[in-house]
Design a binder for this molecule. Structure first.
Ligand SMILES: Nc1nc2c(ncn2[C@@H]2O[C@H](COP(=O)(O)OP(=O)(O)OP(=O)(O)O)[C@@H](O)[C@H]2O)c(=O)[nH]1
Ligand SMILES: [Mg+2]
Length: 393
């Protein structure tokens, strides 16, 4: 199922990628970051026409890259007929302006690219408010006062929900930010009231983008969450009731994925969506076992969970995409992470065991945390069947 806002490009922009690697940064990690930038650009609808990396001891200069490298980038842009340059590193507003002028084409950084993807992908009113807030805060923090109304000038091919120049002109940005924050606070309060009443243990799927969280929700709950081999397919939460055979039902929620260098402003703006993880009784940390940098991904997930205040929520590590993993690699991962469950959400393998572990862990942590062990299963009381209870989503 395609979401209404799936990316439709009138014309694909041709993007050249540039990365500056400082000091002792791990080569493999930097290379993976560049590959990820390529996927992000593709997700935003651009066609990547090349990539240039420079190693430097420390960040310098008006252009981030050295003069010689700047010439190389100029030439590469001309040769490849690029109309966009995307930096993997964060750029200051001064650097963006200097590069814009020197190269004569649009220059954006990774943060702006991610914000644009979120703007394109945001479907619900809530995620649109969150993206607009993040964009406005990005503008305020990065752009000199004289330019505040001119950034987000079209991004890659299309507009997002938060970038109407009219909107920016008609309402001073700070007032708009205050209004958006108020709206999000109201959403949070409403969600908080629902949370207090929820009768089932709450389990939340978290993990790196593209790990297979939505595929797993679909497999466990016969749901229809949007699945895509692009990054940030999911920006909204989706909750379904899952009942293990003979066990107690849990509420399973799918949410937005994480990525390295996820802009802090975006995390703060997506607070009301990410609260679902911080409030969960159990987190299912889904990892793509077939990804060569899975250890980096797990580290990013750990750091992001800390940033959203979910570090203390009990978790269960789930290695997904095991159908793609040679047995020795799987054995290595299992040895490194005792207690992790190995599955293939796509092929529906290992799901019965996973459901049982979830049932035991979720009931245990809920009883432990809230003294609810003696509470009667509300599902039995209300005679509900597996599926979607009313008022969820
Ligand atoms: N081979 C294989 N592919 C899988 C498996 N699970 C998911 N995928 C694929 O991985 C891609 C991403 O899946 P999603 O479920 O959208 O991933 P996600 O974690 O929800 O991603 P975001 O919403 O972007 O954070 C899709 O192409 C899926 O078909 C699996 O077990 N095996
Ligand atoms: Mg998803």
């Amino acid at each position: 199922m395609k979401p209404r806002g799936s990316i439709k490009m009138a014309r694909s922009e041709r993007a050249l990628l540039v990365q500056v690697v400082y000091g002792k940064r791990d080569k493999g990690e930097a290379a993976d970051s560049l590959l990820e930038l390529e996927r992000l650009a593709d997700t935003a609808g651009a066609v990547v026409v090349g990539g240039i990396t420079q190693r430097r001891d420390r960040p310098t200069g008006a252009f981030l890259i050295g003069d010689g490298k700047l010439e190389e980038v100029q030439m590469a842009c001309r040769e490849a007929k690029a109309d966009l340059v995307i930096f993997d590193n964060d750029l200051s507003s001064v650097q963006v302006n200097n590069l814009d002028l020197a190269l004569g084409i649009k220059v954006i950084d990774r943060t702006e690219l991610i914000l644009q993807i979120f703007a394109i992908r945001a479907l619900s009113a809530e995620s649109q408010i969150q993206v607009e807030l993040a964009q406005l805060q990005y503008l305020i923090s990065r752009i000199p006062a004289s330019e505040k109304q001119q950034r987000f000038h079209g991004g890659i091919g299309m507009r997002g929900p938060g970038e109407s120049p009219l909107q920016l002109r008609n309402a001073p940005m700070r007032k708009r930010i205050r209004d958006l924050k108020k709206k999000l606070e109201a959403i949070r309060e409403r969600r908080e009231r629902t949370r207090v009443r929820r009768p089932w243990p709450a389990v939340c799927l978290v993990g790196y983008t593209n790990a297979g969280k939505s595929t797993l929700l679909n497999a466990l709950a016969s749901a229809d969450a949007y699945v895509d081999d692009r990054l940030f397919a999911t920006l909204d939460t989706k909750t379904r009731l899952v009942k293990p055979a003979g066990g107690r039902a849990v509420l399973l929620t799918d949410t937005v994925g994480f990525i390295r260098h996820l802009p802090h402003g975006l995390i703060a703006s997506f607070r009301s969506t990410l609260d679902v993880a911080a409030d969960a009784d159990l987190l299912l940390v889904v990892a793509d076992a077939g990804h060569p940098r899975v250890a980096d991904h797990l580290q990013v997930v750990k750091e992001t969970l800390a940033e959203i205040g979910a570090s203390n929520v009990p978790f269960l590590l789930v290695f997904n995409k095991c159908d793609l993993v040679p047995p020795p690699v799987l054995e290595f991962l299992k040895a490194e992470h005792p207690g992790a469950v190995a599955i293939s959400a796509l092929r529906k393998e290992g799901l019965a065991e996973l459901k049982n572990v979830i049932a035991v862990r979720a009931t245990f942590v809920r009883a432990d945390a809230r003294g609810a062990a003696s509470a009667k299963d509300p599902e039995e009381k209300e005679g509900r069947k597996e599926g979607r209870p009313s008022g969820i989503d």
